[in-house]
Design a protein around this ligand. Sequence first.
Ligand SMILES: [Zn+2]
Length: 81
Amino acid sequence: MDAKITEILVCPLCKGPLLWNEKKKEFYCRSDMKAFPVIDGIPCMVPTEAREMKEEEIEELDKNELYRHYSCSLSQHPSAQ
Ligand SMILES: [Zn+2]
């Protein structure tokens, strides 16, 4: 998924930033605990189509998020170019 797309997308409910769930290939809002599916490459931002997320799921994604940022900062290090 293009990183630029994830920066533009906001939650239709709270207008907060949406995060990307690589494992399930869907966007999710952390504060609303809702996941939005991507159908045929197009994010479906319809609140009624959103999936309820469990607290454990959010916690698990938080761990992955930290890991992803860590690996990103490594690959973008100036000395790597
Ligand atoms: Zn939200």
